[in-house]
Design a protein. Structure first.
Length: 146
């Protein structure tokens, strides 16, 4: 089991989410909670707050990207083999609907072969409280096996 996953399981989602934001402070701008973290899957909840809205009173595009990168990165971290390294290489996004409520991002890497090096495309979908898909991302993670 990865050290990150072990820490998540020992301290719980709230404390772990706070620690993740201390390690990468930009994530704190969306006040996330990493509510699910397992190899191949991660879910991040983001509360609706005025601070992350745009001129249309919906969740700002970059806040959605931030949630997607956190979900995809956390899932990748606990999915790669021990000692492997990874870095996001690119992200393609689509804005599907206005997000006017709290959101949750779901990263699904269950079909990815994490045991090999190379580029891995992580799918992240974001839904509003009504389960409407408001955003989707494909994040290319470059994995190096050591």
């Amino acid at each position: 089991m990865s050290q990150t996953l072990s820490m998540y399981q020992s301290v719980g989602s709230s404390a772990f989410s706070n620690m993740a934001c201390q390690m990468a402070p930009y994530f704190s701008t969306i006040n996330p909670e990493i509510s699910v973290l397992t190899p191949g899957r991660s879910e991040v909840k983001v509360p609706f707050r005025k601070e992350i809205t745009n001129h249309l009173a919906s969740v700002h595009a970059i806040a959605l990207c931030n949630a997607a990168e956190l979900a995809g990165g956390m899932m990748t971290e606990v999915s790669v083999p021990s000692g492997a390294r990874w870095i996001p290489k690119g992200m393609t996004v689509e804005y599907l609907a206005k997000a006017k409520t709290s959101i949750h991002a779901i990263a699904d890497g269950s079909a990815i072969d994490w045991e090999t090096a190379g580029d891995k495309v992580v799918q992240v979908d974001i839904f509003d409280e009504g389960e409407v898909k408001v955003f989707t991302a494909r994040i290319t993670m470059n994995v190096k096996i050591t």
